[in-house]
Design a protein around this ligand. Structure first.
Ligand code: COA
Length: 169
């Protein structure tokens, strides 16, 4: 299996991959594939951090890290949002999701990013170092229960003394 950047000619294929993967997700609004397209069309897209997992020429997984902001008063801190992450059902529990996350983190660190946020299941994301954002004094929109909004430091202590509000828009 290789992990590499997504390419434009694969966007339709990735759309289908995300759609199919989320049909068997624990939680889904059925629109994650459209969200991926919206993110690409937004100013928050980072081509270097939109990756696919490929095995024998077939796309089996995908991850997108895009820019998001944690605001405090007038200042805006640029962090990364993981969304969506998808692995085809028949390739799950073999470490593909972990490799997509670890490789995206390695590249993100090289680009100078220090903080990643996401909305997801703590049972899966704890292993990568994600902790509830509220533990770091970071707030978010109140509709989502606290434990599902998580942050991860790419660099030790990046969130020390931090506070602010995550802007998911
Ligand atoms: C989440 C997902 C990307 C993980 O991909 P994967 O390649 O199976 O992940 P890995 O092989 O690296 O890790 C598998 C481990 O995570 C666990 N896991 C996977 N999804 C989980 C979840 N939602 N909650 C708790 N644990 C989960 C598995 O039980 C397995 O545990 P183990 O290592 O103790 O055996 C994949 O299940 C998927 O595409 N799901 C549908 C889309 C989705 O839900 N995306 C995430 C939205 S937050």
């Amino acid at each position: 299996m290789i992990i590499r950047k997504e390419t434009e000619k694969e966007f339709n294929q990735i759309y289908d991959l995300v759609k199919v993967a989320f049909q068997t997700a624990k939680v889904s609004n059925g629109k994650e594939q459209d969200f991926a397209t919206e993110l690409r069309d937004s100013g928050n897209y980072i081509p270097e951090l939109a990756l696919v997992a490929e095995e024998d020429g077939k796309l089996i997984g995908h991850i997108m890290l895009t820019k998001t902001y944690i605001t405090t008063g007038d200042s805006k801190f640029e962090a990364l949002l993981i969304a969506p992450i998808s692995v085809l059902l028949e390739y799950r529990n073999k470490g593909v999701g972990s490799e997509l996350i670890n490789e995206s983190f390695r590249l993100a660190r090289k680009m100078g990013y220090t903080v990643v946020v996401l909305v997801g299941d703590p049972a899966y994301y704890h292993r990568f170092g994600f902790r509830p954002a509220v533990n770091f004094g970071i707030k978010h929109i109140p509709e989502i229960p606290d434990e599902y909004v998580m942050t991860c430091e790419l660099v030790p202590d990046a969130l020390n003394g931090f506070s602010g509000i995550i802007d998911f828009s």
